[in-house]
Design a protein around this ligand. Structure first.
Ligand code: FES
Length: 183
């Protein structure tokens, strides 16, 4: 039995303790926001990143035994309503294309801003090793910097509608959707 806290809930996994945390989160808890890239090890894209005691780590590279007693936060637990500054800034900057890499990047950026709310370009590059096949890197750097300013209350942004919002209300909340609707 492996015990840990996942998204503020105490959890016991009756699974092989050698199992990667990634699979326990996705298959046993249905927390599918954490993505599997199939790379593993040095080839891992970082799409599987979760916070482990506040540090962004690749969940494919951590076993349940290694996660014992830790506090795990997945993308689902980062904010319940997409209101985290990184989530809002990613949408505001258009730093998402297919979105597959996005949860891992949001997790890595959230961890960075927690310890350094005003990172330099070099610090962002170093802290976000994630691979994005769509190539949104320039917008991603802008989004992380903006999220830092939002977190410090130097700037406001409200770009991502809350989950479960109706299409009409989403169009009111997100100008890009309104433009698409008019056209
Ligand atoms: Fe598609 Fe990054 S947005 S892989």
């Amino acid at each position: 039995m492996s015990r840990m806290t996942v998204n503020e809930r105490p959890v016991e996994f009756d699974l092989d303790p050698r199992m990667p945390l990634l699979y326990a989160l996705r298959e046993a808890m249905n927390l599918t926001g954490t993505k599997a890239c199939g790379g593993g090890g040095a080839e891992c894209s970082g799409a599987c990143m979760v916070l482990v005691d506040g540090v962004a780590l690749r969940s494919c590279a951590i076993t349940l035994a290694e996660a014992e007693g830790r506090i795990i936060t997945t993308i689902e637990g980062l904010s319940r309503d997409r209101s985290h500054p990184v989530q809002q800034a990613m949408v505001a900057q258009g730093a998402i294309q297919c979105g597959y890499c996005t949860p891992g990047i949001v997790i890595a950026a959230a961890a960075l801003l927690q310890r350094n709310p005003a990172p330099s370009r070099d610090e962002i590059d170093a802290a976000i090793p994630n691979i994005c096949r769509c190539g949104v890197y320039p917008r991603l750097v802008k989004a992380v910097a903006q999220a830092g300013r939002v977190a410090q209350r130097q700037e406001r942004v409200s770009a991502a509608p809350a989950p479960g919002i109706s299409a009409e209300d989403a169009a009111k909340a997100v100008p890009a959707l309104r433009v698409l609707q008019v056209e």
